[in-house]
Design a protein around this ligand. Sequence first.
Ligand code: SAM
Length: 356
Amino acid sequence: MLSIIKNAIAVVKYWYYSYKFPKLRELGFPSQGIAIEQRFNRSYLHWENHLTECKETKEKWLKSIPNTDSQNIWVLGAGRLFDCNIVSLANKFKKVTLVDADPTALGTWAKQQKRISKESVLDFCIQDITGVFEIWISQIKENSSFSQGPEELLSFIAKLPRLSPLKNQTLNCLTEPSVIISLNLLSQIPLMFREWLKTFLIKTFGKNRVLKHEKEWLRVYSNLAQALIEQHLAILNNSKARHILLLTDIEFCQYYNSKTFSSKQAEPIPCLWDKNQGWTTNKAYRNRKQALTLEVSPALFGINLEKGLKDHSLMSNYRLKHTKKWLWHIAPLGIENKVYGTVHRVAAFELQLYNK
Ligand SMILES: C[S@@+](CC[C@H](N)C(=O)[O-])C[C@H]1O[C@@H](n2cnc3c(N)ncnc32)[C@H](O)[C@@H]1O
């Protein structure tokens, strides 16, 4: 009964916010937000380690920030705030601005208002942080009517304009920040565009033709995805915020139910999913070397974030003060999927603005 009521509320929420934010609906942000909430409800026991790491890392980092730098803070990718405690932010900063492209997060944010002291201001900003999706979508739609086939449209898409990372062009509802948290957002930025593009290509050219050109469209998408990630890092780099906490996936790992593989492809790894033994995500990762059932892939489209932050090639205005990594058992085998499960390697980078 409770789950029926919860589902009904989710449907009402989806339609209400989709009606109010049609462009963000077209990109799939409201449905993705609701899906995140449902995944959390199903897998929270497995997410606990990750959520605790996020919160503890943030609390420790907050303590290192002097009060003179505590004017305002942006939380980019705030979403449902599963991974961030707003009260401690509001205790430290005069103004906390929550940013996300998913309007269904507004309900969660409004509830937070009651939890914080009257002296601090909580501000909400529903916006696509890239600033390019709306432009890209309208240009792709316009061009598709002249394109003879997928090849022609894909070569147009490959040349879509990249926006200058000046923050005024992209984050127009925000003022100068003193501190920023980029909250498990970076690897997610290109994903909604990928889904939109795939659906659009199928609608325009049919499933078979898109399948035939799968390699091409994925290559075009990967280049755009890399540009989006670089753009987010450039926005952070140009923000002039005195302190930045960048939390992001850096690696994805899929592990498979060995029964679905031939013996050539995989060895059984019983410890991976065994309720009685108790699952730990670290176990999955340690098995990476000896078990063929694990497939590890980079999360950031060829960008080596840690190296780029250390050698300043990615964010030249910032010094990398501290790095921490852990695992997030985001989609446990048997809960999200019968065939495979997914673990993410997450990193937290503490960055400080150079005094130039
Ligand atoms: C993995 S979730 C982060 C978890 C989130 N802090 C929570 O607890 O729900 C990624 C968040 O980034 C947001 N996001 C992804 N792409 C975005 C974009 N282009 N602009 C703004 N927000 C975006 C999603 O809507 C989602 O809420």
